[in-house]
Design a protein around this ligand. Structure first.
Ligand SMILES: [Zn+2]
Length: 208
């Protein structure tokens, strides 16, 4: 059985032919290369004969070093864990405040959301670097969905925080717009869940 590796996400496929689409990241067949048992790429004979062009070594900029550090220290999964722990709690607190009229939970939910909002630049920035460097900026459905979901989380958060600043009673049990506020909170939770699920698929998908 021949082994094929997805160059986008690292998924290993064992069959005579590479799959039409990568089952993990949805990349096309052209992104697959044949690898040996150790996972090393089996180069085509034509590639060996042709002399490699002389590589111009560019000096490393601060941005390059920063990007390398993001990948080396796995800063994206680390930074994602902070808001991901707090975000569901904030949504539960919003629900408690609106459905049971518990005002202390309303306050706690607001501060939790402000915290999540403050972590978003780090989450999205490190995510962008991972996508560009580790996955070569592949525009497959998986990455597009992940980016869309993180933008949806950001937009929902901005609405929830700004709305609460403008109208401090919006998450009260007697507020006219309370169900809209709760709905946006739930949509935000769903979007964060999908983004996390796809991240898990990328990291663990190739382990079968
Ligand atoms: Zn893949």
């Amino acid at each position: 059985m021949r082994r094929w590796k997805c160059k986008v996400c690292g998924y290993i496929h064992e069959a005579d032919e590479a799959p039409e689409k990568c089952p993990v990241c949805n990349a096309d067949k052209i992104h697959f290369v044949e690898v040996d048992d150790k996972g090393d790429e089996i180069a085509l004979i034509s590639e060996i004969v042709v002399e490699a062009p002389v590589q111009v070594v560019k000096p490393k900029t601060f941005r390059d070093r920063l990007a390398a550090l993001v990948l080396k220290l796995h800063l994206h999964p680390i930074s994602v864990h902070f808001p991901n722990g707090v975000l569901p709690v904030a949504v539960i607190f919003v629900a408690l405040a609106i459905l049971l009229g518990l005002t202390t939970f309303k306050e706690a939910a607001f501060y939790n959301m402000v915290f999540v909002l403050l972590t978003m630049p780090l989450v999205m920035g490190t995510g962008y670097v991972e996508w560009q460097k580790r996955y070569k900026g592949a525009k497959t459905a998986l990455f597009m969905t992940k980016i869309f979901c993180s933008l949806a989380v950001l937009i929902c958060l901005l609405i929830l925080v700004v709305w609460r600043l403008v109208d401090p009673t919006v998450a009260d049990a007697g507020s006219v717009n309370r169900m809209i506020y709760l709905g946006i909170s739930l949509a935000m939770l769903a979007a964060a869940g999908i983004a996390g699920h796809l991240g898990g698929k990328l990291v663990f998908g190739s382990r079968g």
